[in-house]
Design a protein around this ligand. Structure first.
Ligand SMILES: Cc1cc2nc3c(=O)[nH]c(=O)nc-3n(C[C@H](O)[C@H](O)[C@H](O)COP(=O)(O)OP(=O)(O)OC[C@H]3O[C@@H](n4cnc5c(N)ncnc54)[C@H](O)[C@@H]3O)c2cc1C
Length: 398
């Protein structure tokens, strides 16, 4: 067990992929004594259950830029991050499918992403069929394809980042709960953890589903709804080889290949809210049937596939499904990186870089985090949907 330091320059609460990335970037930038505290083990929360799609564009420039920057890091991990860790990135390609109702937005967002340098091309339903002959494209009006995208292993990614952070001098404490963030007046002065105090002028809340519990005593009210999302495994029949990852806004599903001849498949939205400490981590039988029907609609050959069960994971959903990111100005030294609402994995290696600059220098070069301030919720200034087929909106060019 690691000795728990009684003081630090920065304390990070939470060892999901965002806390891990921030620890790595702070250590790399020589931010002093960086201590990450995780109540269980690294990636034990939603990170470990992530489908971990790595793809490159959204309806909003900010996310297109962070997703693209992060995708490049996944693709060149050894050169960029270094160390012995491997995020398990698999470049299987990614198809986004749109029906006639969303084709205009997909076109607009993909062309805008191209201007930003994101590797995406628009393709016709016939091109989709050429790429994946097993696909049914009758209901597809337009698609985009990212040849260099794919998926990673979320637990390996988080562990690669903390291991690298440790090599660069950070302290990683596991199986230790942070009970409170301590403040004196309007300044953060550290945390308390299982009866001991750790003094620190900077505390970063990367506690995902549990982030709101640490903020409420400080008078910062953010709603985090733990949304239960179900993922199902299907064995592909003989002859249906590996396929690209698919983000399907016609059927409102997504899928990607998993090890061997498995495909992991889920719906894009669920609305069941649960207790994050006590919920059904398995998959509901009726949802296996629904997912089986949906995957067979896109790939008719999957009528001969085999359902192999599944699991549930939780999204830390904020009211607009976007994160709280950056300084919490009510307290000097308090920062946030949580509430990614189901789309946080892919951005994580880039966000740690951006947030570490904000912590160390007061701002990040080329990125403005103002839209992600926590007060937007009480100001009714929500960030609109940034889905790749969403309507372009005023915050598009952040
Ligand atoms: C089923 C599923 C599929 C997904 N698919 C994708 C995808 O394809 N692409 C994508 O980009 N994103 C995806 N996501 C979302 C993505 O996985 C998350 O946004 C991301 O992993 C969140 O990371 P995090 O570090 O912010 O939070 P978490 O993983 O929630 O980590 C927070 C950590 O903080 C710890 N903690 C909390 N409170 C305390 C405390 N008081 N003291 C100490 N430790 C504490 C927790 O134990 C936890 O380990 C998916 C998520 C799920 C559930």
């Amino acid at each position: 067990m690691v000795d728990v330091p009684r003081s630090a320059d920065v304390v990070i609460v939470g060892g999901g992929v965002h806390g891990a990335s921030l620890a790595y970037h702070l250590a790399r930038k020589k931010a002093g004594r960086v201590v990450l505290i995780e109540k269980k083990f690294i990636a034990s929360g939603p990170t470990g259950r992530s489908t971990a799609l790595v793809r490159r564009f959204y309806a909003m420039d900010f996310f297109t830029r962070t997703a693209s920057a992060a995708a490049d890091m996944f693709a060149h991990w050894k050169d960029v991050i270094g160390g012995d860790g491997d995020p398990g990135f698999q470049k299987v390609g990614l198809l986004a499918l749109a029906g006639a109702d969303k084709a205009t937005h997909l076109r607009h967002n993909a062309l805008q992403a191209q201007k930003l340098g994101a590797g995406v091309t628009l393709i016709s339903p016939a091109d989709v069929k050429t790429l994946v002959p097993a696909a049914n494209v009758d209901d597809v009006a337009l698609a985009s394809y990212e040849a260099d995208s794919g998926y990673a292993d979320p637990s390996s990614t988080a562990n690669a980042l903390v291991n690298r952070a440790r090599e660069l001098g950070a302290t990683i404490v596991q199986y230790r709960h942070v009970d409170a963030i301590r403040a004196a007046g309007d300044k953060v002065v550290g945390v308390t953890s299982e009866g001991i105090g750790i003094d620190a002028p900077v505390v970063v809340n990367c506690a995902g589903l549990w982030a709101d519990r640490l903020l409420r005593p400080l008078g910062i009210e953010v709603s985090i709804r733990p949304e239960r999302h179900l993922m199902c495994f299907f064995r592909r029949p003989r002859g249906f080889d590996v396929h690209p990852a698919v983000a399907d806004t016609v059927l409102m599903t997504y899928m990607r290949p998993e090890h061997g001849d498995l495909t992991i498949h889920g719906k894009l939205s669920y609305d069941e809210i649960v207790d994050p400490d006590h919920y059904n981590e398995g998959v509901d039988p009726d949802q296996i049937v629904t997912n089986a029907e949906l995957i067979a609609q896109r790939f008719p050959v999957m009528e001969h596939g085999l359902a192999m069960g599944g699991y549930s994971g939780l999204y830390d959903a904020t009211p607009d499904h976007h994160p709280v990111l950056g300084a919490i100005p009510e307290y000097t030294g308090l920062f946030a990186d949580f509430g990614w609402s189901g789309h946080g994995f892919k951005h994580s290696p880039a966000i740690g870089d951006i947030l570490s600059d904000v912590i160390l220098h007061g701002r990040a070069k080329d990125y403005d985090l103002a839209a992600f301030r926590w007060t937007r919720f009480r100001e009714h200034d929500l960030v609109p949907s940034a889905r790749w087929t969403a309507e372009p909106h005023p915050k598009h060019r952040l």
